[in-house]
Design a binder for this molecule. Structure first.
Ligand code: FES
Ligand SMILES: [Fe+2]
Length: 374
């Protein structure tokens, strides 16, 4: 059971989706790492309060089903993979990748109701992703600048972090914490943040942040190194996974070279206790030859170093935060946009049933939106 602090004096009225641990939207979630699922292996895993069995058939394909066997409820994560089916370890009933019971050894024929919900899966970046429906309307998010290109990746170790993944994403659009937490010597009014939605892909929110020249030695170095304003491009998918490109579109060393961009991709598993498992993948375009491999390695390490620096500075605040977004100001427009975007997403059947009057989608105050429709 989750206990609520300051429940009487600072009650937290849950929103429809944003920061609501009882609600899972239709989105790609990380089930596990690919290396945890060798050929013929099965694993039970939790995405929020939804327990799934994921298994790799002998063809190498990964399947995901609801975990509890329809017969007497055993967890199929303990079962055995045979071909493209998972056989329950309790009485041997076997289910194929679409959730149909294809064998009931000790019961004659299996009742027609003995069927499991099956879910879409994809393997990308060395991770197994699952979607709360049989067929996802789009595939797992890619870095926009690297779409369709061969990439070299480095995966950070998964990390359990406190709180809802929306709070971690909100930190990325909350540009006004930069001077206070990250000590950017910059005029707050000069930081630009523009959110863009696309009518073709309602799951996406693109955020472009522009930071002008900052004062001090570091500011002068960055102006020489990458020019100004510094641009960060973030693409959220279903307010769940996100791709981030630092030094987007910059010209390096006084404008001599185009920046390759520093890219990373974030995936999440909501945990049953309301916390989050975080998967960070660093990516760069794969360059050929030994020198190309060296350059790739350098860029991946640099990306990890920069992100690690900011995450260290954010960590203490994020660990103790409890967001009640009802006192925001017009200057918080990027945060309001993100919250409204999250609250408008379709809710999946992996959510705990929530009565409509328990929740709200409203963020006060209502102000003109900075969001544009592309
Ligand atoms: S509980 Fe699975 S076969 Fe009986
Ligand atoms: Fe931060």
């Amino acid at each position: 059971m989750r206990l609520e602090r300051n429940a009487t004096t600072q009650p937290r009225r849950p929103m429809r989706v944003f920061n609501n641990p009882d609600v899972l939207v239709c989105a790609w979630y990380v089930a596990c790492r690919s290396e945890q699922l060798r050929s013929g292996a099965a694993l039970s895993c939790d995405v929020g309060l939804q327990r799934l069995v994921v298994f790799r058939g002998e063809s190498g394909r990964v399947h995901a089903l609801d975990a509890y066997c329809p017969h007497l409820g055993a967890d199929l994560g303990l079962g055995r993979v045979r071909g493209e089916t998972i056989a329950c370890s309790f009485h041997g009933w076997a289910y194929d990748g679409s959730g149909v019971c294809v064998d009931a050894p000790c019961g004659g024929s299996a009742p027609r109701r003995a069927r499991l919900r099956a879910y879409d899966t994809e393997e990308r970046y060395g991770l197994v992703w699952v979607y709360p429906e049989g067929e996802a309307p789009y595939r797992v998010l890619e870095v926009p600048d690297l779409e369709g290109q061969p990439v070299r990746v480095h995966r950070a170790r998964p990390e359990d972090v406190p709180g809802h993944h929306h709070i971690h994403h909100l930190n990325g659009v909350d540009v006004h914490h930069l001077p206070f937490v990250h000590r950017f010597k910059v005029d707050l009014h000069e930081i630009g943040c523009l959110n863009t939605r696309s009518s073709e892909r309602p799951d996406l929110l693109d955020t472009t942040t522009r930071v002008p020249a900052t004062a001090g030695l570091m500011g002068r170095f960055m102006t020489w190194f990458a020019g100004t304003p510094l641009e960060v491009l973030t693409r959220f998918s279903d307010a769940t996974s996100a791709s981030v490109t630092l030094l987007h579109g910059a010209r390096l060393f006084g404008g001599r070279f185009a920046s390759p961009g520093l890219h990373y991709l974030i995936g999440y598993t909501p945990l049953p206790n309301g916390d989050t498992r975080l998967y960070i993948t660093y990516l760069t375009r794969r360059r050929s030859g030994p020198l190309g491999a060296l350059a790739d390695g350098f860029l991946l390490r640099l990306t990890r170093f920069v992100l690690g620096h900011f995450r260290r500075e954010d960590r203490e605040l994020l660990a103790g935060i409890r967001v009640r977004p009802y006192s925001l100001t017009p200057a918080d427009r990027p945060c309001i946009d993100f919250i409204e975007y999250a609250n408008g997403l379709p809710i999946s059947d992996w959510s705990r049933a929530v009565l409509p009057d328990e929740t709200t989608s409203q963020v006060a105050p209502a102000q003109a939106s900075a969001t544009t429709n592309a």
